[in-house]
Design a protein around this ligand. Structure first.
Ligand SMILES: Nc1ncnc2c1ncn2[C@@H]1O[C@H](COP(=O)(O)OP(=O)(O)OP(=O)(O)O)[C@@H](O)[C@H]1O
Length: 651
């Protein structure tokens, strides 16, 4: 049967297979056979469906739409495929006057997905598209929040903001002009990368925030004023060094040399000891007449120079050496100012340093009955690493250290040592030396080993007669590793072979790595101290400016200059910052208030401040930015009138 052969639905089959259906209500329904074949064979044989094809007043589409299923039913379209319903993404014009949608409660209304997407689709809504912003170029880095949705992790986007900090020179926080900060290139976003030119708002430069690493985890109530600044120990150490550098001895009887003055003796005893160089040597701190800087001068008493080339050629090589474990030598010269012919070497000055001899091998505080304290193994490894580092540089430059005595190695900070007398023997023995460079370098390694052995056994090198016994005794106090390292250095090389400092360093690589890590940690510590002190520089600068302006009195023809015009505000600001009083008239010395106000002034913050005259007659409401501009103007007036220009300009 044709009808059953082409039918696609059970309903059609049922209809065609039951032409004698008695249901008269079907009269309104158009017969499927008419629809499919154009006519119905059963029309006259009792088919109860409507066979009238003439259109009625209502549209046929409307009729078909009413039917549960017909061939003109719209094709099934998954709701997720928005492309199939593109028109729905635009709101009808009536929507403008529609009442705002107020949800009645969670889950009471479930919109179809397609409709939801058309109502709220952040990807489709791009009402704000900044100028010059290239969407195609917006990488995941710059616009991660767009792709990831509204709740993207803000910290992942911080990486891209990090690149937004202005490069040095682009933005000057002291210039008082923040406009360049937001758009230094005139574009909000550049073409080539998101967020590159500047942060979205000026950074809070008036806030004080030292950064880590934070070693002490103190609670707020445990902190004192000095916690905001450099640690007392470090400050004391630096101040003592500064004091030592400036120390003078007016009646020392020491001469003034051609280009050096204010000589100050550094020797701790006045014994003439010629063991190190063949001549008694003395060390003085001295100031260079040309630069005003301080150096350590080592004088070799009674040395007569026979060959001018000695100084020239040796100094040429040694001045090239730059190493953290070697005291840099700057020049050598001869003089007769001491009443003899002396050879002088000018080295970097390291205030308050001690020799290893003084620190480890002499009885503490001159008490000859008290034995010196043993040197801890980690300290010894530190010395080994530093000396290996020094020798590596020296040997690589085709030189030899030669002077590796405990009395010629100085301790400049805790566990920090430097070779302090390099180059001297090269000059003194310029003509008499018969040894090759290789031999001298081998000797360096043996002296290195003997030095560590001497410190480990607390025996001066000169008294170290039985080396194997000393090595054995070392084994009982220190690790086999350290003992083996020392033994390797002292042992003579196999015939025809040479030991090198490089092979020694490869053997102690793990200890070198440990030392590097400690040095880096120390560096981090110092950097965090430095970050705290940065703020002090700001206070000094702003206070210097203000103090130059305050209470100046008459300036040129203008009487009472600092009290007139805008400058009166500065005077009131000073009272507001430093002369605050409590309700009962007692002084309020809140350091936090003073520092915060000065920082805000220094950064020219937009925050307003209320300034009142002492008689309450005059009140100003000014921003820190305006106050800063006033201070700058007043100070520049002073600079113009002064002969020297801005402070520090000539120093
Ligand atoms: N570059 C330097 N900077 C600062 N102080 C130094 C420097 N070089 C040496 N000194 C200090 O000078 C002092 C004297 O040094 P010196 O080498 O003469 O030691 P010493 O024990 O007197 O040796 P010697 O017995 O051979 O004279 C030591 O305290 C040492 O720390």
């Amino acid at each position: 049967m044709a009808a059953t052969r082409y039918s696609t639905s059970n309903e059609i089959r049922r209809q065609v297979a039951s032409p004698r259906a008695k249901n008269r209500e079907n009269k309104d329904t158009l017969c499927r056979n008419v629809l499919i074949y154009g006519h119905c064979r059963y029309e006259d044989q009792g088919c109860t469906f409507n066979h009238d094809q003439t259109p009625k007043t209502s549209s046929p589409q409307a009729d078909h739409a009413k039917k549960p299923f017909n061939v003109e039913s719209p094709a099934f379209t998954p709701s997720g495929q928005l492309s199939a319903v593109p028109k729905k993404t635009t709101l009808p014009s009536q929507a403008a006057s529609a009442a705002p949608f107020t949800p009645r409660g969670v889950g009471t209304t479930t919109l179809p997905q397609a409709a939801e997407a058309s109502v709220f689709n952040p990807a489709a809504i791009r009402e704000f598209t900044p100028q010059n912003y290239d969407i195609n170029n917006a990488s995941a880095k710059g616009v991660a929040h767009d792709a990831a949705g509204l709740y993207a992790d803000p910290f992942t986007t911080m990486n891209s903001l990090g690149t937004a900090l202005p490069a040095a020179g682009q933005y000057n926080m002291y210039a008082g002009d923040h406009t360049g900060l937001a758009a230094p290139t005139g574009q909000y976003y550049p073409q080539h990368g998101a967020f590159a030119p500047g942060p979205l708002q000026p950074a809070a430069y008036h806030l004080y925030q030292p950064f880590g690493p934070y070693r002490q985890d103190l609670q707020p109530w445990q902190r004192a004023t000095y916690d905001f600044f450099i640690s007392p120990n470090l400050r004391e150490e630096l101040q003592k060094k500064s004091f030592a550098t400036l120390q003078v001895m007016p009646n020392s009887g020491l001469p003034q040399l051609e280009r050096w003055h204010s000589l100050f003796p550094l020797d701790t005893h006045n014994r003439k000891n010629a063991s190190a160089f063949g001549y008694p040597s003395w060390v003085y701190k001295a100031q260079n007449s040309r630069t005003g800087r301080h150096y350590a001068l080592r004088r070799l008493e009674g040395y007569r120079l026979t060959n001018e080339k000695a100084i020239l050629s040796v100094m040429k090589e040694w001045k090239k050496i730059k190493n953290a474990s070697i005291v840099t030598v700057h020049e050598a010269f001869t003089t007769r100012e001491f009443g003899d012919s002396s050879l002088i070497f000018a080295f970097d000055y390291h205030p308050l340093s001690k020799t290893l001899q003084e620190h480890h091998l002499q009885p503490p505080h001159g008490n000859r009955y008290r034995a010196p304290a043993p040197v801890p193994e980690n300290v010894l490894w530190g010395y080994v690493c530093q000396l290996a580092n020094a020798l590596k540089t020296i040997h690589a430059n085709k030189l030899a250290a030669r002077c590796l005595e405990p009395s010629k190695i100085i301790l400049t900070e805790t566990n920090r040592i430097r070779l302090s007398a390099c180059s001297i023997l090269d000059v003194v023995q310029f003509e008499s030396n018969t040894k090759s460079l290789q031999e001298l370098q081998q000797e360096d390694l043996v002296k290195f080993g003997r030095l560590i052995l001497s410190l480990a056994t607390l025996t001066p090198p000169a008294h170290l007669n039985n080396v194997s016994a000393a090595l054995d005794s070392m084994g009982s106090k220190y690790s086999a590793n350290l003992r083996d390292a020392v033994a390797w250095l002292i042992a003579p090389p196999n015939p025809g072979e040479f030991k090198s400092i490089e092979s020694f360093i490869s053997g102690i690589a793990t200890h070198m790595a440990t030392y590097v890590d400690l040095a880096l940690q120390d560096n981090d510590d110092k950097l965090s101290h430095l970050a705290r002190e940065v703020e002090n520089g700001r206070y000094v600068r702003i206070l210097t400016k203000l103090m130059a302006i305050f209470d100046r009195g008459d300036l040129g023809v203008m009487q009472n200059w600092s009290e007139t015009g805008d400058r009166y505000q500065l005077k009131l600001f000073r009272d507001y910052v430093f002369h605050r009083v409590e309700a009962d008239g007692k002084p309020n010395l809140d350091l936090g208030h003073m520092l915060t106000c000065l920082n805000k002034l220094d950064a020219g913050a937009d925050e307003m401040v209320l300034l009142t005259s002492p008689d309450n007659e005059t009140v100003f409401v000014v921003s820190y930015r305006e106050l800063k501009q006033t201070a700058d103007r007043a100070f520049n007036e002073l600079v113009k009138l002064s002969k020297t220009g801005a402070p520090g300009a000539n120093s």
